[in-house]
Design a binder for this molecule. Structure first.
Ligand SMILES: C[S@@+](CC[C@H](N)C(=O)[O-])C[C@H]1O[C@@H](n2cnc3c(N)ncnc32)[C@H](O)[C@@H]1O
Length: 248
């Protein structure tokens, strides 16, 4: 997958892509992330990419011309981008479902706003998608872009090894992940649940499923409400009374 990130601060994107899973994915050719400096597409000698807002008000607004020019130059390269995403607090909330949608694309362009935001014509006539990573205001879209790249990269085939499978992670269904433990079995008197030390894989699976359901219900009732309980889930939550033994 190729991701072009349009930004006024390309250096901000370097280090997070140079570690661990993202680094391996890039080295393996599974993920190609390129930072594109919006100023390279300005035409004046000051490389001006922002200007005052019409109608007054504090702060600057990012100009449309260099952003359109950058996206058009990128779009001329094959394969054309599947979508052009603009980061904005007004956008659709980014979550695992959106990450899965993006992970099916071959190429995406991400536009990072700065200052008071981006000229409305970029919103209306250039961006195909508008994304927000949460109900708070960041100083710029770069951190949002990194969040999106990180979450999407995990879903690309081959990026996670078997031992890191995304399938059992939180949100792979609308459920949170079960609690995880590693050695030591007893840390300052807090012990790992016996079942995890039992070697009984079936029992461990059931315990994990039960924990996942209970934790989601406790911590994220909104998420839990979206989950369709199987009969097994209902049993694990004690919602189905155990069957009485028939008298002979
Ligand atoms: C300071 S913000 C602009 C906020 C804008 N004046 C408003 O009130 O909606 C500058 C840029 O940061 C990015 N940004 C800020 N908050 C974000 C969020 N929650 N999700 C994604 N991007 C965000 C956007 O690209 C935005 O154009």
């Amino acid at each position: 997958m190729r991701v072009d990130i349009l930004t006024l601060f390309p250096d901000m994107l370097v280090s997070p892509l140079e570690h661990s899973i993202l680094k391996r994915a890039r080295e393996a050719g599974l993920l190609d992330v390129r930072a594109v400096d919006i100023r390279d597409f300005t035409t004046d000698r000051h490389r001006q990419a922002d200007d005052h807002a019409y109608g007054g008000g504090p702060g600057m607004v990012m100009k449309p011309e260099p952003i359109f020019a950058a996206v058009e130059a990128l779009a001329a390269e094959a394969p054309p981008p599947d979508r052009v995403v603009l980061f904005t607090p007004r956008g659709r909330r980014f979550d695992q479902e959106v990450a899965s949608e993006l992970a099916r694309d071959h190429r995406i362009v991400l536009i990072c706003g700065r200052y008071e935001g981006v000229d409305e014509r970029v919103h209306r006539y250039l961006a195909t998608d508008h994304l927000s990573i949460g109900d708070y205001v960041l100083t710029g879209g770069e951190l949002a872009a990194l969040v999106v790249v990180d979450a999407v990269a995990r879903l690309l085939p081959g990026v996670l090894g078997k031992e890191e499978s995304a399938l059992s992670e939180s949100f792979s269904e609308p459920l949170l992940e079960y609690p995880q433990y590693t050695r030591p079995p007893d840390f300052r008197g807090c012990c790992v649940p016996d079942i995890l030390l039992s070697g009984n894989h079936g029992a461990v699976e059931q315990w994990r499923r039960g924990q996942s359901l209970q934790e989601t219900l406790r911590l994220r009732p909104d998420l839990f409400a979206r989950h369709r309980l199987t009969l097994q889930d209902q049993k694990l939550l004690g919602l189905v009374p155990p069957r009485k033994k028939r008298r002979k």
